[in-house]
Design a protein around this ligand. Structure first.
Ligand code: ZN
Length: 420
């Protein structure tokens, strides 16, 4: 039984428990909860109960019965952290950390881009429900966000809004003219696109709106950021956050590469622009950027949004490497063999020659592969292929070693919050 899930609704008692490696929700006592949740009736020593599966439909009912399980906006909250959960298994670990943290941080538990949805074969409904169930399981009542991340089209945004997401991140990359020869020429399309989307879909909706101009081949200069901010303000577009592309490299799953002093001085300028315009800077690909965090936290006084996603998948693989070395070895070989396909979707600069030959490693040496940058990058971006072949094994291992996975997340994401 998940003790923090134990709660009451009118005269009913509800809690989550695990049966045969699957989580189920029990409802004892007749009432609205009993009647509206879909499940199987059972006669148990404690009385008549309903055993409910943790489906999307039941998650919807839980949201209606327990309002705290709905995501909310984070505008006005200083330190906010995006914690994308590609598998739908990590959020409870994140919540345990957030609950214990001495530093006040608002979690955006659901955060998934279209690219991630497609590669993991999940729907926005699935992503949403996973967060709702985690919140319920952990009895977390302090509020969380749900981010439809890097959305490009009206259709995508509408789908995320209909689902109930509390944040929309508009990816403007296809409207940035990368060949333009001055700031107006480069960003005009992106600005117009943002204004149109805001007026058509966001205005009047109680959601956070983030503008992302980070997916470009060049750095966003403070001048360009100022220009974009100013044009949006003139058009009455109210944003919660904006993601510029900072100088240096923010590659997936590894630390910052580049001139950290140049980053510090540019970041400072970007922060001043954001401060003045009344929104937060958003740092994308924030996973594992340990060189960057001390600067970011010091400059902003922790008034910042940071997004992490794939590092949670790497911690899942670390747990698998520790508990099921043979499965991990199979996954690793498969990932290496499928690397070129994954590189169509993600840009990384791994050098596979640096990765030790897995056949020469003993079982207890496998988790160390998760500390080697090149191996991390390979595993970080091949999740789509790995899940299409090893989905059941990955899920059943992580369900079996659920607390070990939460502990790994607790430790690793904890370092992100503390900044060391
Ligand atoms: Zn981004």
């Amino acid at each position: 039984m998940y003790i923090n899930s134990l709660t009451r609704h009118e005269s009913s008692t509800l809690f989550i428990t695990k049966e045969n490696n699957e989580k189920v929700l029990y409802v004892f006592g007749r009432g609205e909860a009993y009647d509206s949740l879909d499940g199987e009736q059972r006669l148990l020593p404690g009385g008549e109960a309903k055993c409910c599966r943790m489906t999307n439909a039941n998650a919807k009912t839980i949201r209606r019965l327990f309002p705290y399980t709905n995501p909310v906006r984070h505008k006005g909250r200083p330190f906010t952290l995006g914690l994308g959960d590609r598998l739908g298994l990590a959020s409870a670990g994140h919540i345990r950390l957030i609950k214990d943290s001495a530093i006040d941080v608002f979690p955006v538990l659901a955060q998934q881009s279209m690219r991630e949805l497609n590669l993991t074969n999940r729907t926005y409904e699935d992503v949403f429900s996973a967060a709702v169930w985690a919140v319920f399981q952990e009895g977390y009542t302090k509020g969380y966000g749900a981010d439809g991340d890097h959305l490009k089209t009206r259709g995508e945004i509408k789908a995320a809004l209909d689902c109930g997401f509390s944040m929309i991140t508009l990816d403007c990359s296809e409207h940035i003219n990368q060949d333009g020869d001055n700031i107006e020429a480069i960003y005009r399309g992106a600005i117009d696109h943002s204004i149109n989307i805001y007026n058509d879909l966001i205005r009047g909706n109680n959601v956070d709106f983030e503008i992302s101009i980070d997916e470009t081949s060049f750095t966003t200069t403070p001048e360009a950021h100022y220009f974009v901010a100013n044009e949006l303000q003139k058009a009455g577009v109210e944003i919660t956050s904006l993601a510029p592309r900072f100088c240096g490299e923010f590659q997936k799953g590894i630390d910052y590469k580049g001139d950290i002093n140049a980053f510090a001085s540019e970041f400072k300028a970007h922060f001043k622009i954001a401060e003045k315009a009344g929104y937060k800077l958003s740092v994308h690909s924030g996973s594992d950027k340990f060189k960057v965090f001390p600067i970011v936290y010091k400059e902003t006084g922790r008034k910042v949004h940071i997004k992490t996603a794939g590092t949670n998948w790497l911690e899942a693989l670390r747990t698998i490497a520790q508990k099921k070395p043979e499965l991990f070895t199979e996954i690793f070989k498969f990932a290496t063999a499928n690397l070129s396909e994954a590189k169509k979707y993600y840009k990384i600069t791994e050098n596979t020659a640096n990765i030790p030959d897995i056949n020469t490693l003993s079982g207890d040496m496998l988790p160390a592969l998760l500390d080697q940058d090149d191996a991390r990058q390979v595993l970080h971006i091949t999740y789509g292929a790995v899940l299409s072949s090893f989905k059941n094994a990955v899920y059943s291992t992580l369900n079996e070693y659920e607390n070990e996975y939460y502990d790994a997340l607790y430790k690793h994401i904890g370092r992100h919050i503390e900044g060391n």
